[in-house]
Design a protein around this ligand. Structure first.
Ligand code: FBP
Length: 549
């Protein structure tokens, strides 16, 4: 593989492990756990893996004898910087257990597991992937693991390769699948451990025990660099309003983190829109008022950050999506026979009156997107909805009305951007390089500890990486019951932005100032080499969350 000079230098970087993982470890078990909600239902669905204790690794003075272990690994869902280092950490961890241990990668996500597409990952092969971005080492995919047939098919290849542990690196949905698979294999005494690793740039797989998902740090730093560059351009030419949509699916963590890093004129937080019961027009009016206030001071330029899931959080649209999800699940066969040209009318005829009215009121391209195929986990594909264009057009219309009313007398020209794919495969920041390597290495320790149904957990993340705390969290502990594709399902509870949380509070305290004055920060590119205060800092979200504790 050809490498740039930076990549060559970066390949030599040795991720820093938590000190506790550098020698022999023993697992200390805490109290039995409960799921975050719906305890009875989750307990019934996971009779073999419910209630397990949290585990914390401590140094051990007596190394236990070890034998080789064969492990399978799957990358699942959207790419996130650092995935390669999870695999490298896992590889080094199982080799430390025994040099004859083997690691097999299933290709292109969970589909490779079911279809028996795999490769052995050797030291020679993985060396080119250390500290690099992307998931191209084995590829990723969004096949949902949910049926007994898939689990049994997967078990065939595990048996063939003598694999006794499977590590699924994924987001909330993929880790939910890991828990279901762990439970199934335990129930049939398959002798296979299943473990998860918290991945997603969206930052929505976190809770009291998982401090952050990997990839969020790097992705938000990449987007913040780009937003900073745009703001500097904008402050130089002083002639455009930039509408910037940011990935993050439902949650607004990415938009909020980028706002804290860059101090834009506007940042919409979907969770607040829902809390305040705002309509789309309310959001438009809020932005238009800021555009007008800046115009009154002679500043016909600015930056607006928009989380990609915004549309789902407008309460009226949320109710519409919930009914659409059930309708399209219940009448899937009938809907499949409807001509594309007639689908809009079919949907309107089949919705309740209130939701049909909302559906009709949406611009046709947005309404259409809400009725298109969900991803395999039942999510609306929000990354395909052009909210940034929709909002800038609506703001333009509102400003014309305001001009007629005499409350606006500026110039309005808008440009649009969508940052998502630009950051998902970037080389991991030092934080993500260390965190991911530790998550993978720690997963090897969990394998050694013989547990199943656990997520690899590395905590104390605002401290230098050597002081991080390592262990395992039972996945069932993070679960609740939610309605998916028309049915109640056990799923890991998604972490949305908390309006009473320190990151949002910091933002809310400053945004009015950022709106009318120009307070931009230009964070610049990720730095890999140099002083720790420049290269090793975690996100502001993580820092503020920890300060608030
Ligand atoms: P994961 O939840 O699988 O980590 O994916 C995150 C994400 O990047 C979202 O931010 C985005 O909405 C989605 O993936 C895009 O999906 P795709 O990669 O299939 O286009």
């Amino acid at each position: 593989m050809k490498k740039s000079a930076l990549q060559k230098a970066r390949a030599a970087y040795q991720p820093k492990l938590p000190i506790v993982l550098t020698g022999a470890v023993k697992a200390e078990a805490g109290h039995a756990t409960n799921s975050v909600a719906d305890q009875e239902a989750i307990k019934n669905l996971f009779p073999n893996t419910y209630g397990l204790p949290e585990l914390k690794f401590e140094k051990s003075s007596t190394p236990t004898p070890s034998k080789p272990v064969n492990v399978g690994v799957i990358l699942s869902g959207g790419q996130a910087p650092g995935g390669h280092n999870v695999i490298c950490g896992l590889f080094d961890g199982i080799k430390k257990v025994h040099r004859d241990s083997k690691l097999y990668g299933f290709l292109m996500g969970p589909g490779g597991f079911v279809n028996h597409d795999y490769m052995e990952l050797t030291a020679e092969f993985i060396k080119d992937y250390r500290n690099t971005g992307g998931f191209d080492i084995i590829g990723s995919g969004r096949t949902k693991l949910e049926t007994k047939e898939q689990f049994d098919k997967g078990l065939e290849i595990l048996r063939e390769l003598n694999i006794s542990a499977l590590v699924i690196i994924g987001g909330d949905d993929s880790n939910t699948n890991a828990a279901v698979l762990a439970e199934y294999y335990k129930s049939i005494n398959a002798g296979v451990q299943v473990l998860g690793c918290p991945k997603t740039i969206d930052g929505d797989l976190k809770n009291d025990v998982i401090e952050t998902s990997f990839g969020f740090d790097t992705a938000t730093k990449v987007y913040s660099e780009l937003i900073g560059n745009i703001q500097r351009d904008c402050n130089s030419a002083k002639k455009y309003w930039h509408f910037i949509k940011l990935m993050g699916r439902s949650a607004s963590h990415i938009a909020l983190e980028c706002a804290l890093q860059c101090q834009p004129n506007v940042c919409i937080i979907s969770e607040e829109v829902e809390e305040k019961n705002m309509s789309l027009q309310d959001v438009v009016n809020y932005i238009a008022d800021i555009v007008a206030a800046r115009a009154a001071k002679g500043m016909n330029f600015g930056s607006v950050l928009i989380p990609e899931g915004l549309i789902e959080f407008i309460p009226a649209v949320k109710r519409l999506i919930a009914e659409l999800n059930d309708l399209l699940a219940e009448k899937a066969e009938e809907f499949a026979t409807v001509d594309a040209a007639d689908q809009r009318d079919w949907i309107i005829d089949n919705l309740s009156e209130a939701n049909a009215k909302v559906y009709k009121s949406l611009p046709p391209r947005v309404a259409r997107q809400l009725s298109l195929d969900r991803d395999p986990h039942g999510n609306v594909q929000v990354s395909l909805i052009e909210t940034e264009k929709l909002l800038s057009e609506m703001v333009g219309k509102r400003l014309e009305e305001m001009r007629e009313e005499g409350s606006y007398n500026g110039k309005y020209a808008s440009l649009h951007h969508f940052f998502g794919y630009e950051g998902r495969c970037s080389d991991p920041s030092n934080f993500d390089a260390d965190y991911c390597y530790a998550l993978g290495f720690n997963a090897a320790c969990l394998i050694r500890a013989g547990v199943t149904g656990y997520m690899s957990s590395v905590r104390n993340l605002t401290k230098p990486s050597v002081q991080w705390v390592a262990g395992g969290i039972p996945i069932t502990m993070m679960m609740n019951m939610e309605r998916r594709n028309g049915e109640m399902k056990p799923v890991i509870q998604k972490a949305l932005v908390r309006l009473d949380g320190a990151p949002f509070q910091k933002f809310a305290a400053q945004r009015d100032e950022w709106a009318v004055n120009t307070c931009y920060i230009y964070p610049g590119p990720i730095q890999f080499f140099g002083p720790a205060e420049i290269c090793d800092q975690p996100t502001l979200t993580l820092k503020y969350e920890h300060q608030g504790k």
